[in-house]
Design a protein around this ligand. Structure first.
Ligand code: 5AD
Length: 472
C-alpha cells in the first residue's frame, strides 16, 4: 500500500539550521512499521575504497557504544547497512542491484531495516528513495553519529535522511571496531579541498580536516597494544595532512616512533603535496615502507590542466625521478583515467608513453565516468565515445600487465622480508603476506606465525604475486 502524502523526514539533532538537509518530499514510501526493539543486529556491507572500510569500522564503534551488535553473518541481521561509493557510475549501479536483492528479503521478513550510508547516499540524497522506496535510512559520511537515533526513528515507519556535511566532524572521540589482523587502517584526515574536476569526493565528503597528531599517536599505541603490526594512514589527499602544528612528514616520524610499530604505509597522497618533509621521512625512517601510491591520472599536461590536478606531466616525471634517486628500492603505483573530457589520441598516447617510461609497479586504471555534480560535469563535454574509452583502457591494462610481470620477474632469486598476514586463499599449507614494497607474496608456512616478519627467497612470479620459500 503506497502512501502518497508528504512524509516527515527525520533530520539530525546536530544540524540546528537544517540548511544542508534534504527537505521533506512527496516520495512514496512505507508499507508497514518496523518492530521497535532496542538492541539490533547490524550487518555492515562495505563498497569502495579503504576510507569506506575505515568508516564502516567507525559505524560499528558508534552502534556498539549505543548497545547494538554488529554481526558477521548477514542472515542474523535485522539491520543491513550498505556503506557505499560514488566515484564511478558502476559503483552506484552495483548498490542499486544489491538493494533490489535485499528488498526481496525485506518483503519476506517484513521488519528488516535497510540503510544506505556513505558517498552514494550523500550524492543521490532523496533521489535514492525514489529509486529504492523501501530504503529506511540514507546517511552521508558526516552523519554517522546519528545512526543509533536513526535506528529508533525508522522504527516508526518513516525514512531517515542524515545528509549534513560538517567540517567540524572528525569522529575523534569514537573508538572504531576493527577486524582482528595485523594491518590497521587509521583515518588521519577527512574530506578533500583539491577540487579535481572529475571527482565527486569533495561534494560527498566535504572539506578537508586533519586529526590532531597526539590523538593519532595515542590511537597507534592502542593499536599496537591490541597486536596490530602495520598501520596504514588514510586520507583523500593524505599528505596534505596538517593539524595546525605538524605536517605529514612530522606525523610519519611520530607514528613510526610509537613503540612496537613495525610498518607504516599511507594512501593516497597527491603529487602536489609530496614535500621534502614527506620524502625525508620515507627515506630515513625505517618503519615507513618503501612504497608510494602516487596517482598520475593522465600523462598529458593539457588533460591534467582540465582535470585541475595542479601539476604538469613534466613535474610528475621529475617528482618520480627525485623520489627514486633518494629511495632507489621504492615501489611506485598509480591511478590513471582514460577518456576524460576532450582527451585526444595524442593526449592518450602521452599517457601511454609516460606509463611506459616510468614503469609503475602496478596501476589502477579507469574509464572516465561522468558524475553528476562534479566540475567536469558542469563545464566540460564527456565526448570520448564509450568504445574508444574501452580501447584506451585495454591498451594501458596490457602495457601495465607486461611491466608488472617484468618487474616481479626481476625479483626472482632475491630474498625479501615479508610480514605474514594469514593463510593463502588457494592453499592452507601456505601463507600470504606483503613485502615492504606491498607486493603480495605466497610461501609454505614452515614454522612461521601470523605477524612474523620472515625472509622469503623468491622462486617465481606473476604480474600480481611473488612465490617463494622462507629462508633463515
Ligand atoms: N571517473 C573515473 N575514475 C575516477 N576516479 C575518480 N573519479 C573518477 C571518475 N569520475 C579515479 C581516480 C582516483 C581513483 C580513486 O578513482 O583515478 O585516483
Amino acid at each position: 500500500m503506497k502512501n502518497k502524502s508528504p512524509l516527515p523526514i527525520y533530520t539530525s539533532q546536530s544540524d540546528p539550521d537544517g540548511k544542508l538537509l534534504a527537505q521533506p518530499s512527496d516520495i512514496s514510501i512505507r508499507k508497514h512499521k518496523v518492530n521497535t526493539q532496542f538492541a539490533r543486529n547490524v550487518y555492515i556491507e562495505t563498497y569502495g575504497c579503504q576510507m569506506n572500510v575505515s568508516d564502516s569500522e567507525l559505524m560499528a564503534g558508534i552502534l556498539t557504544q549505543a548497545g547494538h551488535h554488529t554481526v558477521a553473518n548477514i542472515d542474523e541481521a535485522d539491520v543491513i547497512l550498505l556503506n557505499t561509493c560514488a566515484i564511478r557510475e558502476n559503483a552506484e549501479t552495483k548498490v542499486i542491484n544489491r538493494l533490489e536483492h535485499l528488498n526481496h528479503r525485506k518483503r519476506r521478513e517484513g521488519n528488516l531495516i535497510i540503510g544506505v550510508c556513505g558517498c552514494m547516499a550523500q550524492h543521490l540524497r532523496d533521489k535514492l528513495l525514489e529509486a529504492a522506496p523501501y530504503v529506511d535510512l540514507v546517511m552521508g559520511p558526516d552523519a554517522y553519529r546519528n545512526l543509533p537515533m536513526a535506528l529508533n526513528a525508522v522504527a516508526s515507519g518513516d525514512p531517515f535522511l542524515g545528509l549534513q556535511l560538517d567540517k567540524s566532524e572528525d569522529y575523534a572521540d569514537i573508538a572504531p571496531i576493527r577486524k582482528e589482523g595485523i594491518r590497521a587502517w587509521l583515518t588521519i584526515q577527512r574530506g578533500c579541498d583539491k577540487m579535481c574536476t572529475f571527482c565527486i569526493v569533495p561534494f560527498v565528503r566535504g572539506r578537508e580536516r586533519s586529526l590532531p597528531l597526539k590523538l593519532l599517536t595515542d590511537d597507534v599505541q592502542r593499536l599496537v597494544d591490541e597486536g596490530f603490526k602495520e598501520i596504514v594512514l588514510l586520507g583523500q589527499t593524505v599528505n596534505s595532512y596538517h593539524d595546525g602544528d605538524n605536517d605529514f612528514g612530522e606525523l610519519l616520524w611520530r607514528i613510526a616512533e610509537v613503540d612496537g610499530v613495525e610498518r607504516v604505509r599511507f594512501t593516497s597522497p597527491h603529487p602536489a603535496d609530496a614535500t621534502d618533509s614527506m620524502i625525508d621521512a620515507m627515506e630515513n625512517c625505517p618503519q615507513v615502507c618503501k612504497q608510494l601510491h602516487l596517482p598520475l591520472q593522465s600523462g598529458s599536461t593539457q588533460v591534467l590542466q582540465r582535470m585541475r590536478r595542479t601539476y604538469t606531466a613534466e613535474q610528475y616525471r621529475d617528482l618520480v625521478s627525485k623520489i627514486r634517486d633518494r629511495i632507489p628500492q621504492i615501489a611506485i603505483s598509480t591511478d590513471v583515467i582514460v577518456g576524460f573530457c576532450e582527451e585526444t589520441e595524442k593526449d592518450f598516447k602521452q599517457t601511454y608513453n609516460l606509463m611506459e617510461e616510468i614503469r609503475f609497479d602496478s596501476a589502477f586504471m579507469f574509464k572516465y565516468s561522468d558524475r553528476d555534480g562534479t566540475l567536469a560535469n558542469k563545464m566540460l563535454p564527456d565526448d570520448v565515445p564509450e568504445e574508444e574509452k574501452a580501447r584506451r583502457l585495454n591498451e594501458i591494462i596490457s602495457l601495465q600487465e607486461k611491466i608488472s610481470g617484468e618487474i616481479n620477474q626481476s625479483k626472482i632469486g632475491t630474498t625479501v622480508p615479508v610480514l605474514v598476514e594469514g593463510d593463502s586463499r588457494r592453499d592452507s599449507d601456505q601463507y600470504h603476506g606483503k613485502t615492504d614494497t606491498f607486493k603480495t607474496t605466497v610461501f609454505p608456512k614452515d614454522n612461521a606465525q601470523v605477524g612474523d616478519i620472515v625472509n622469503v627467497k623468491i622462486q617465481s612470479a606473476t604480474a600480481h604475486t611473488l612465490i617463494g620459500d622462507i629462508v633463515t
